[in-house]
Design a protein around this ligand. Structure first.
Ligand SMILES: [Mg+2]
Ligand SMILES: [Zn+2]
Length: 182
């Protein structure tokens, strides 16, 4: 079984401007590429796990999501880094587009995408880490026994909200890995 990194996408790897979908809207957060490369070099399988409810709202399509992931992979490859597999949930019960406006088990904090990644990539949850910028990214991971860190704005590091306080915290993906992998 493999060690794995189960990483949120928007706001964790790339800058989150809200329903980011076009390849030219991809902007890596500082240090994110280096952090992914370091996971690759340490032998971690890297899974991106992302809610893309914008599909259910009609803001973008599944094909857009896949094009965005292809662009992310292309840019990572130019640094010798890679995501082993992308998982996204296109659903949202409040959406308007069929068949996506349904209740599902994949939308985080559901754990279906995490369980699928663990199965597909033959991961040992005890050797896995998770990083995200929302508690809903971490709740399913922690329930599966995965060590997890929440990214918070720098001004929250010393003054976290009551919700943030429940989690181990870091400012960037790189510093989250420093905490999780030492
Ligand atoms: Mg996020
Ligand atoms: Zn879903």
């Amino acid at each position: 079984m493999n060690p794995g990194a189960l990483i949120d996408r928007d706001g964790t790897i790339n800058v989150d401007e809200g329903y980011v979908a076009k390849p030219d809207e991809l902007e890596f957060k500082p240090g994110a590429v280096e952090a992914i490369l370091s996971l690759n070099q340490r032998g971690f399988k890297v899974a991106v796990i992302t809610n893309q409810g914008g599909v259910a709202y009609g803001y973008h399509t599944e094909a857009d999501v896949e094009r965005f992931h292809a662009e992310m992979s292309r840019q990572l490859a130019s640094y010798g880094a890679r995501v082993d597999r992308f998982y996204y949930c296109p659903h949202n019960i409040k959406g308007t587009i069929k068949p996506y406006n349904v209740e599902c088990e994949c939308r985080k904090p559901g754990d279906a995408m995490y369980r699928q990644a663990i199965s597909d990539l033959d991961l040992d949850p005890a050797l896995c880490i998770a990083v995200g910028d929302k508690p809903t990214d971490l709740i399913p991971a922690i329930a599966l026994g995965v060590s997890s860190v929440l990214l918070v704005p720098s001004e929250h590091m010393d003054d976290p909200t009551p919700e943030e306080k429940q989690f181990q915290r870091a400012e960037t993906l790189g510093s989250a890995l420093d905490q999780l992998l030492t």
